[in-house]
Design a binder for this molecule. Structure first.
Ligand code: ADP
Ligand code: MG
Length: 596
């Protein structure tokens, strides 16, 4: 038997490795534009043809390269940006792996022209399939021009995999936008098939946002700016009315690098909680800057996902900063003033996390200090109701359930039409919708429980089994793990059949089968909605389904319990579906109703 193991030829190894970095024309746009930024360019021009399939060209006025570097830059792991492993923890540049140009050269025809300030002549290199075809002097201004032609000309399988021009162009616009946002002081232009799509003069971040996303935003951006020793956050968020039902204008940059982070997105959504409905997305462009040693950008080849040394701090900080910013534009002027002052005096906003940066690395202890004093927390509670002055109720909720419970206990409650609870307080009157209130309470309870620890399960004495139609069984498969973290204990039990061993301790376990059927029905309503995770959908369905309905008579005791629970919610104003939970009539408003 001959030996069978062979080394792959270089150009094939390069093609395979290239797949990680260059997936589509937009990947090359990103890499080439980042290189231009790293080279210190103040002008970057992007030119593409056929959605980048036949040409992606980036021209910059950066440092340029000499003959040797121009040749070297196409070697795999050729980089001028790190020299030792330690450098990896101090990265300030966009690139560092030295893979992009080698990858591009492996899967396209590349023409490079470059010149340094100090050189007489520039250098021209043509390379194809990782093989240099031409290298000669050329007249060129200081800076670099990279042209990538006919992407995947030598890898037909990948070429066929590319999407329509419209889809590929979309990806390119996305990459261009991210980089243009991250560097507003740099001039950018973007020309597609000979037509100029963008011409972005250098300016402030606000100007850049408006250039890219439309002048209607000009008066609708709220500045975010918080600085501590540990991290800084700057940028803009949209006023609540700019929120849209579709995603698209949400940008996080960490040390100037665009990142995707569902976790931090959640922090922002949290900050907006009572200001927009839960199914809409606010606009934000936020820059987080912190010591590079606190971030690992090395976890993903295209570097869009990063790991924070302590992501809880970052979460709390982002949330607090956005809340603080939102508190500054006024809905109710007097209330706003108070809120603003209260928040501004909070130690978490005023003070650095710590004097010594070293301590910052012991992240979790700082985080504890930050939340244990309920600082981030307090902002949250206060801010949950900026539009509706709840008078004595809101501060009570912030201070804890004790006071609220007492206040509610003192009030004489009245149920109206078996649907609304009338709550008189000193100078106002609230009308609370019992079903929406209960949905809110259940929703928060389940969300919290599923985040922190599994919900207590109550084992059934006699396990029941049930069967589902095929379509429902498919949904059941999808949500079973979620149900089990929420306190159910259900196992598959043969074809399309399930065995119920336990139910959540505070859900009545009378007829689990019909409970599950109802739940599946509810879940179907949310199923197609991509903005929620399966878990959130299950929680929404469960809280919807288990909530007291409108039309059910409640005892005084039940009403009191419900209100006490409601006003300790983080966000009592809206139901999970976005309906208002209560309306408020102030003494003035009531008086005005009787005005002549
Ligand atoms: P990385 O950016 O990770 O270092 P690349 O493959 O993208 O790796 O680039 C390799 C090297 O080529 C860079 O480190 C840089 O020294 C040089 N280079 C690439 N593009 C430019 C440019 N536009 N201007 C000047 N130098 C460049
Ligand atoms: Mg690079």
């Amino acid at each position: 038997m001959p030996d069978r193991i062979q080394l792959l030829p270089d150009h094939i190894a390069n093609q395979i490795a290239a797949g990680e970095v260059i997936q589509r024309p937009a990947s090359a746009v990103k890499e080439l534009m980042e290189n231009a930024i790293d080279a210190g360019a103040t002008e970057v021009k992007l030119i593409i043809n056929d959605a980048g399939k036949s040409l992606v060209q980036v021209i910059d006025n950066g440092s340029g390269m000499g003959d040797i570097d121009a040749r070297m830059c196409f070697e795999r792991h050729a980089t001028s940006k790190i020299r030792s492993i330690d450098d990896l923890f101090q990265i300030r540049t966009m690139g560092f792996r030295g893979e992009a140009l080698a990858s591009i050269a492996a899967v396209a025809q590349v023409e490079l022209k470059s010149k340094r300030e100090e050189d007489e002549a520039g250098v021209f290199i043509a390379i194809e399939n990782s093989v240099v075809k031409v290298q000669e002097p050329v007249a060129h201004p200081r800076g670099t021009s990279f042209a990538m032609k006919n992407l995947f000309f030598n890898v037909p399988a990948r070429r066929n995999f590319l999407k329509s021009n419209a889809a590929e162009l979309r990806h390119i616009v996305d990459e261009f936008t991210r980089i243009a946002l991250a560097f507003p002081s740099v001039f950018f232009s973007f020309t597609s098939n000979g037509q100029q799509l963008y011409h972005l003069e250098p300016g402030s971040l606000k100007q850049r946002i408006v250039q890219l996303m439309g002048s209607q935003l000009n008066a609708k951006l709220v500045a975010v700016r918080e600085q501590t020793d540990y991290m800084n956050i700057t940028g803009f968020v949209g006023k609540p009315e700019t929120a849209r039902k579709t995603r698209g204008e949400q940008y996080f940059f960490v040390n100037s690098r665009f990142i995707r982070s569902p976790y931090l997105h959640h922090a922002v959504m949290n900050a907006y909680q009572s200001l927009i409905t839960s199914d809409s997305f606010p606009l934000y462009v936020l820059f987080i800057d912190l010591d590079p040693a606190q971030v690992d950008v090395n976890v993903h080849p295209t570097k869009q996902e990063i790991k924070f040394e302590d992501e809880k701090i970052v979460y709390a900080f982002v949330q607090a900063a956005v809340k603080h910013a939102l508190a500054q534009f006024s809905v109710t002027p007097t209330l706003d003033f108070e809120l603003d002052a209260a928040i501004q005096s909070l130690p978490s906003i005023q003070q650095p996390f710590t004097d010594k940066k070293q301590e910052a690395v012991l992240g979790s202890s700082i985080f504890r200090a930050f939340t244990q004093k309920h600082q981030a927390h307090l902002i949250e509670r206060r801010m949950a109701t900026p539009q509706q002055d709840l008078g004595s109720l809101a501060p009570a909720a912030a201070a804890g359930a004790g006071i609220t419970a007492r206040q509610v206990a003192e009030a004489d409650l009245l149920q109206l039409l078996n649907t609304y609870i009338v709550v008189p307080t000193e100078r106002r009157l609230l009308l609370v919708h019992q079903q929406y209130a209960h949905e809110r309470v259940l929703f928060e309870r389940l969300s919290e429980a599923s985040r922190e620890k599994p919900v207590a399960t109550q084992r059934t004495m006699f396990p029941q089994s049930f069967e589902l139609p095929l379509a429902d069984a498919a949904i059941m498969e999808e949500i079973l793990p979620e149900l089990n973290t929420l306190g159910y204990h259900i196992e598959p039990f043969g074809q399309n059949a399930y065995l119920v061993q336990g139910t959540p301790a505070d859900v009545e376990a009378l007829n689990v089968r019909s409970q599950i059927e109802l739940l599946l029905d509810q879940y179907k309503n949310f199923r197609a909605d991509k903005s929620f995770s399966p878990r959130e959908k299950v929680i929404r369905s469960l809280s919807r389904q288990s909530a007291t309905r409108a039309g059910i008579p409640l005892t005084e005791r039940e009403m009191k319990q419900l209100l006490a629970d409601l006003f300790t919610c983080r966000q009592p104003n809206f139901s999970p579906q976005g309906q208002p939970v209560f309306v408020e009539f102030s003494a003035e408003h009531l008086a005005s109703l009787f005005a002549k």
